[in-house]
Design a protein around this ligand. Structure first.
Ligand code: B12
Length: 364
């Protein structure tokens, strides 16, 4: 077995040939400010009860706690904005999915990183792929490896791909020559801050996940009533702070329009089919009801009267969360007052009843 690790140039070629847009290397030393940032966000409740990297900040900010042999991080960015593709027909019954999730863009990123892992292992090195994993804050690795800079929307922005880049790393014991971090920032631009529909970017570079639609649409539980309208036609994810970001926005002019998805058609799928249709989404405990909840809210915002029948059916659901969101949607649409009135009388759960009453008040 050969003992010289492949050079960064060799690894870069492997990753670029496999479709990555940007590659760099960095030391695997701990990320001190990341740990304190994670702890501060958590202490202030801004993590919105997420675990992920917030579960154990000391571990997520120091990759050597997971891989004691780690010397370097080889970091890659995969630009996922599609240059072509046909947008679905735009009508009020259609919803959208954030661009990172219209298909499984992590798959090609992981495939590319696997080639780099193989090259390192063939040279006798330790190498493990870490992508969207709780053991590493991917953006911190990317900034240190010179792939981009911290944007005020908290995204890592790259000169060529703006915020439209997924990130992943290979942790290795090979000592790779570090790439120079980018000396760049957003300057006076803060277009993303007012663009957030819920004001979740509370300061430049600071996101309160309790308000972030991308978080709420993938979190368990009820979507807070005051944020449901702002959720608009979203089914999963939110791109507003990326769309508004000039390095992101300029690329939208040359990209395909995002596909649209028929809300009623999706709602009619069985749990298994709905989960299979979006098997690359993060869905808590793989419960299809969280996707249904999002569809109900989008229908409430659709203005589509054809939603009335299916929504009334959901007033009789065994799942209190679905009764609540169906009632809200009917209230917003101003439809089926009689159905809502009957549901108030039948409802045994106090919290759900309060929501149905609010829906009746909204539809009055
Ligand atoms: C938890 C998580 C979320 C949460 C919280 C996001 C957040 N901002 O923290 C939720 C569910 C809301 C989310 C949403 C999205 N996510 Co996400 N998410 C993650 C995850 C798993 C961990 C992120 C994390 O640890 N955050 C912790 C906090 C502390 O980090 P931070 O907010 O980035 O904070 C940094 C800045 O504030 C900076 N900073 C501190 N002070 C200051 C001051 C200024 C002025 C500035 C500019 C910066 C700055 O330092 C902090 C770090 O120390 C990573 C995957 C991973 N394992 O890393 C993906 C990841 C960050 N997500 C990603 C994506 C694509 C998204 C979405 C775009 C998806 C979508 N379209 O719906 C949205 C974007 C929303 C947004 N503006 O962040 C990509 C980002 C790629 C990129 N180019 O940046 C990642 C890296 C996944 C991946 N492997 O590609 N995500």
């Amino acid at each position: 077995m050969e003992n010289t690790p492949p050079s960064l140039e060799t690894l870069r070629s492997i990753l670029l040939d496999a479709g990555c847009a940007a590659v760099g290397a960095a030391s695997a030393a701990p990320f001190e400010s990341v740990r304190s940032n994670l702890e501060e966000r958590k202490a202030g409740g801004m993590h919105g009860d997420m675990h992920f990297t917030f579960g154990d900040p000391a571990r997520s900010a120091d990759i050597r706690r997971s891989f004691p042999w780690a010397a370097s991080l080889l970091v890659a960015g995969y630009a996922y904005l599609p240059a072509s593709g046909s947008p679905g027909e735009d009508n009020p019954n259609h919803g959208r999915i954030a661009r990172f999730a219209t298909e499984d863009h992590y798959r090609p990123l992981r495939a590319a990183l696997t080639f780099a892992v193989q090259a390192l292992r063939e040279a006798g090195c330790e190498a493990e792929m870490v992508v969207d994993d709780n053991r590493l804050v991917d953006r911190a690795a990317a900034v240190r490896a010179g792939l981009g800079w911290w944007g005020k929307n908290t995204m890592v922005l790259s000169p060529a791909s703006g915020p439209w880049m997924l990130l992943g790393s290979v942790v290795t014991d090979a000592v790779l020559e570090p790439t120079k971090p980018m000396v760049r920032d957003c300057g006076t631009c803060s277009a993303c801050l007012p663009a957030c529909p819920t004001g979740a970017l509370v300061e430049p570079g600071v996101l309160d996940a309790r308000l972030c639609l991308a978080h709420l649409l993938q979190a368990p539980g009820w979507i807070p009533r005051k944020l449901r309208k702002a959720s608009g036609d979203r089914i999963y994810g939110c791109d507003d702070c990326l769309d508004a970001c000039p390095p992101g926005n300029k690329l939208l002019h040359i990209a395909a329009a995002t596909p649209r998805y028929d809300l009623l058609e999706l709602l009619a799928l069985s749990d298994d089919d709905l989960l299979a249709r979006f098997d690359h989404f993060y869905v808590p405990r793989r419960r299809a009801s969280y996707l249904r909840r999002n569809l109900l809210v989008a229908l409430g915002n659709s203005g589509n009267e054809a939603a009335a029948g299916p929504l009334v059916d959901y007033l009789g659901s065994d799942d209190p969360m679905l009764r609540v969101h169906a009632a809200w949607a009917l209230g917003e649409l101003g439809l089926e007052r009689a159905g809502l009135e009957a549901a108030v009388v039948a409802e045994k759960d106090d919290d759900v009843r309060a929501e149905i009453e609010a829906a009746l008040a909204a539809s009055a």
